[in-house]
Write a protein that binds this ligand. Sequence first.
Ligand code: FAD
Ligand code: NAD
Length: 479
Amino acid sequence: MSSDDQYDVIVIGAGAVGENLADRTVQGGLRTLLIEHELVGGECSYWACMPSKALLRSAAALNAARAVGGAAEAISGDRVDVAAVLARRDSFAAHWDDSGQVRWVEQAGIDLARGHARLDGARTVVITDAEGATRRVTARHAVAVCTGSGASIPPIEGLVEAEPWTSREVTSAKEVPGSLAIIGGGVVAVEMATAYTALGCSVTVIARGRLLAALEDFAGDAVAQRLQESGARVLTHTGTTRVERDATGRVRMSLAGCDTIEADEVVVATGRTPRTADVGVDTLGLDHLTPGDALPVDDTMLVTGTDWLYAAGDATMRAPLTHQGKYQARAAGDAISARAAGRPIDDAPWGTHVATADHRAVPQVCFSSPEVASVGLTADQAAEAGIPTRVVDYALGRVAGVSVHRDGAEGQARLVVDAERDVIVGFTVVGDEVAELLHAATVTIVGEVPIARLWHAVPAYPTASEVWLRLLEALGRPS
Ligand SMILES: Cc1cc2nc3c(=O)[nH]c(=O)nc-3n(C[C@H](O)[C@H](O)[C@H](O)COP(=O)(O)OP(=O)(O)OC[C@H]3O[C@@H](n4cnc5c(N)ncnc54)[C@H](O)[C@@H]3O)c2cc1C
Ligand SMILES: NC(=O)c1ccc[n+]([C@@H]2O[C@H](COP(=O)([O-])OP(=O)(O)OC[C@H]3O[C@@H](n4cnc5c(N)ncnc54)[C@H](O)[C@@H]3O)[C@@H](O)[C@H]2O)c1
């Protein structure tokens, strides 16, 4: 084996997470190879975060202008310009061309290999390129699996044969179909129902439970109501039993309860499957690692039962979000660099080399209409965890900064407080243009800021952040 085939670190998968991990190990002085079999930049750049947010943003801006007297009167059209929205989306997906990201990888000093990577025993990876040629590379210190996730397809009769859209097709579609049926009630379903309704498509959401069931109930309720007001059909607590595409190309779906609906396309938005089926974990002789399953890791992102294999991002399913995956990548990259240099590891909770926030403070914004921003635990999750809680709510429309920002503003904010420790463990806010309220909550939870001290964090008047003061007043000042 030539020295060209020996690296300090090998990273499999050049999504946002793999790129960040490789960047950290290069900064740690380690020669690092990053391997990608599709587009450098991964799901987030081309088929997830960026194109989906671009699809949503124009309608959100129009909605914001419509809600301000004086601005509303200046709007001439009744909906967004569909062609312009799709063109803007294309540019945010870099026209599915990864040359910009490849340039960044090169500038960061990371070596890049194109091809499918598979572990072949400890510290060894075999890369198969598009022509079928193979190259064997070894890692002196670590291999990191950052292979992400793909859409889960539930076992519904006829669904696979009907060739459903997944998150990829719905975020990259070149035309807006006349009608869309979306199976699922999570973040992808809700965001894409919001986007496509605004683009003039007739949308039906079929959720087997509530919408956004992992969040506070008032979030899913507000989003369902707004979707319905915008013309979408929202079927909650409804199963899909059979799907078929007829000779004309239309999709017919049988729903539990014997209802049938038809649509031009069906979208499956029923969660994610980690891409670990074909990365060779079966070659390691470790019974607890099963191809296709999320990789189990400790808080330094070291795969359990090994001292050289790491995993981060969706491949672990710890918190399948770009920002959390990149946070894990920073912890893992720094842990690999420290271990390689023989430096001590700081793996106490909130230490330098751990991803503690995954357990306590995962922020997420669902860019629906209204937006839902949340971090930490819901009231139910805190109670289930045995935390003695105090829960307070406040109506957003009563906040001066919110009302001046938007006519007829509505929404709700909730604090979940650990009554014993007197710190916030959960925050949710639902309303238009609330996303930027979230980071204050994340800082407060991570910092475990005592409620008594929070009374000294004065929000500027008249901003939406005054909701913090109102929530504290609802809670009462500790004496
Ligand atoms: C529609 C949608 C919208 C989303 N919106 C948001 C959002 O707004 N905010 C947010 O935080 N998160 C969002 N997410 C989640 C986010 O996209 C993922 O959490 C994130 O992409 C995970 O990054 P990753 O690097 O772990 O995986 P990926 O982005 O999937 O990257 C993995 C890379 O590994 C490559 N790969 C896989 N196997 C191999 C192999 N064997 N050899 C070589 N290469 C391989 C893949 O080709 C891919 O490029 C969204 C998800 C979806 C589906
Ligand atoms: N703005 C954002 O941050 C954002 C946006 C989109 C996606 N994401 C990430 O992507 C991940 C995937 O999103 P998602 O919406 O696909 O997953 P999800 O876990 O949010 O929701 C899955 C939905 O599918 C339903 N479902 C699951 N199995 C089913 C079945 N067999 N039949 C019918 N319904 C079924 C669930 O009840 C749920 O409503 C999310 O967990 C999130 O982390 C984030």
